[in-house]
Design a protein around this ligand. Structure first.
Ligand SMILES: [Zn+2]
Length: 268
């Protein structure tokens, strides 16, 4: 250039560190924000050259200042957009994560309230559902009424349950109630089996028809625990097709097997 050998001056990286890019392969300069937000880049300041063919202004540092331009130049508009993009707290994904953290914590509070309600009702052996569970019912059944009591005692719970919960995420439907009951039943049985340990046990089996004339078989186990107390625990109930001894034996075996117990450990 003008009789001199010229090349890219790496010091420019320091002066224009927020945007300058140098391509070794093409031996030319480019502008990163203008490239990313090319829709807002105008012709002024060689904007087009900085994103397409590259600029070789080795003898003219001023070309870089010209490209930057004033506060509202197209380069600075693009640079501000680039800054916004890099700000983590403003990025879409981090806003989504923030939102989902809040939703997660609300979900936990709501679920805990439903679990507490279920625990109390199970312990007391009372029904869950009401005859009329509509919003204007005088008595919406034990589950919803007890949940209401918990909510009234705790503003944090109140703010995320019942009428304040999303309509599609109430955690109070019969299906959810049964899910929680099943989880609690599984944990309870686990505790019973743990308490039983390696001891021998007896089984108490009773079979009868329910109102829908289905044959039902209830199984309880009876054992002596580590404190030498006689313990009787209900293990489960299952429907059986008939009351033949072989059918019942098969069903008992499968129920015990479900909890890792075998018939050989039955005493007497
Ligand atoms: Zn630029």
């Amino acid at each position: 250039m003008s009789g001199f050998n010229r090349k890219f001056n790496p010091d420019w990286y320091v002066d224009y560190k927020t945007w300058l890019e140098y391509s070794v392969a093409k031996d030319a300069l480019y502008c990163l924000p203008c490239y990313l937000f090319r829709s807002s880049v105008g012709k002024k300041g060689g904007g087009e050259a900085f994103i397409s063919q590259g600029v070789k202004c080795w003898n003219r540092k001023k070309a870089l200042d010209d490209h930057v331009g004033g506060p509202n130049s197209s380069h600075n508009v693009a640079a501000r957009k680039g800054e916004d993009l890099l700000k983590q707290s403003q990025s879409i994904s981090s806003v989504l994560i923030r939102q989902s953290d809040k939703a997660k914590s609300e979900y936990r509070t709501r679920l805990q309230a439903s679990i507490t309600t279920t625990k109390v009702l199970l312990r007391q052996g009372v029904s869950f559902r009401g005859h009329d569970e509509s919003e204007f019912s005088e008595n919406r059944g034990n589950f919803l009424e007890f949940l209401e009591v918990i909510a009234n005692e705790n503003p944090d719970v109140r703010s995320v349950v019942l009428e304040n919960a999303p309509k599609n995420h109430q955690l109070t439907s019969p299906k959810i109630q049964k899910d929680i009951v099943r989880a609690i039943a599984s944990l309870t049985t686990k505790e019973i089996i743990k308490d039983l340990g390696d001891a021998f046990f007896c089984i108490l089996v009773d079979e009868s028809r329910d109102v829908s004339t289905k044959e039902q078989m209830a199984v309880a186990i009876r054992y002596v625990d580590k404190k030498c107390c006689i313990i009787e625990r209900f293990l489960g109930i299952s429907h059986v097709t008939d009351t033949k001894a072989t059918t019942l034996k098969k069903e008992i075996e499968s129920m015990l097997g479900l909890h890792g117990l075998s018939l050989s450990r039955i005493k007497g």
